[in-house]
Design a protein around this ligand. Sequence first.
Ligand code: UD1
Ligand code: MG
Length: 460
Amino acid sequence: MSRTRFAAIILAAGEGSRLKSARPKVLHEIAGQPMIRHVIDALRPLDPAATVIVLGRDSDSVARAVAPLPSVIQSSPRGTGDAVRAARPALAAGLGDIADIVVLFGDTPLLRPETIAALLDARRRAPAAAVAVAGMLPSDPGPYGRLVLDPGRVDGDGAFLRIVEAKDASPDERAIGLCNGGIMAIDARHAFDLVDRIGNDNAKREFYLTDIVAIARAQGLLCRVAELPAEELLGVNTRAELAVAEALMQDRLRRRAMDGGATLIAPETVFLCADTRLGRDVVVEPNVVFGPGVRVADNVLIRSFSHLEGATIAAGAIIGPFARLRPGAVLESHVHVGNFVEVKATRLGAGVKASHLAYLGDSDIGAGTNIGAGTITCNYDGFNKFRTIIGEGAFIGSNTALVAPVTVGAGAYVATGSVVTSDVPADALTIARARQINKPGRAPELRARQRGDKGGKEKD
Ligand code: UD1
Ligand code: MG
């Protein structure tokens, strides 16, 4: 049988104690999605034959986040080698046509598909190695494992002797700059046999996956280092590293948006999510934040200080400055949403204008309608949410309260300051406010009364 495919094991059972968090480490977010989802996304284009996630006990939330991928439980975090062992039952049935087991860590969110592919190539390249390890040269090797090479043969195959964890390293070993990036490709025929031989005679009394290099060497098997970009192999263990990873990911996403034809006037001030999609000739002014689930078509202008989340925006729209689009906001072509306008679960038909100070929630607003400043859809009565439907070409005067459920027909004209509690027929003019009363000359009298001047005369 020809073995061409690989299976991936993603380790995510560690306690993540250095984050000092109640939340599992791999669920901490980078660019709006859990770290582990970035690792899964990096695998997807390579089409692994199987992917198994190794979780700790009490990590139902992680199992839900990675579903439908299968997960297995490592009963206690006894080290990365023990975690790989825990994955075996989930893979055993399908190992027949699998060439490699690729081990990844759930805490390396910057990994790209090309880098995983390079590691696989490094293992398979003739003469094929039993183990290929991602080597990197980080600016600060700190706590990373060090890759120990035979000084006599540093250039060729066969130089790679073993990996030593920083905590177990001698001062000479700690001075080595070449570090373990954490990902490995292992010949599937040897993988579990090698892993079974790992012991825990080390500083942390853990079963280190990294020991398999020395174990394979002792069996006369070849191990190889694939030098890969340190930036992608950044392992997030602390909040400070989380922030570094976020910054690197933001740079990558900004570049992707610009390469796709969007202008970011001050890219370093725009925050994107991993799934943000910007069309061509979109212009994003400084200080705009994109939450998850935003799709922006071509030729849209997003002005400063806008916050968008779960919104779909068609071509030609102008958003902001200071606009807030919340989940379920659907803006059809050439909509204008101006400053201090909040839109939630609402469709704005083509050409709708809501230029200032409004809350539009749980609504459907027909094409060409004009929403005046201060319009509020009163969608919540303290118990339930209700919808507001406005037809095409309507005019909603400033400071109108639309008390849902309510429908305003197409072409209707609602006068300023109305409190609309019942449906408005199409083309009706609706005035729903108290009539104004003018009392001539009564203002001075009123002022005098306020001052306690019984004579009712105004003083100078
Ligand atoms: C590990 C490597 C180190 C490498 C570094 C790269 C080992 C022994 N050390 O160290 O050489 O330089 O990554 O980032 O492999 N995990 C489990 N079960 C466990 C322990 C860990 O699933 O029992 C998971 C963690 O959730 C994490 C990954 O394995 O996703 C790595 O564990 P972590 O504790 O972060 O290892 P490092 O100390 O970073
Ligand atoms: Mg780590």
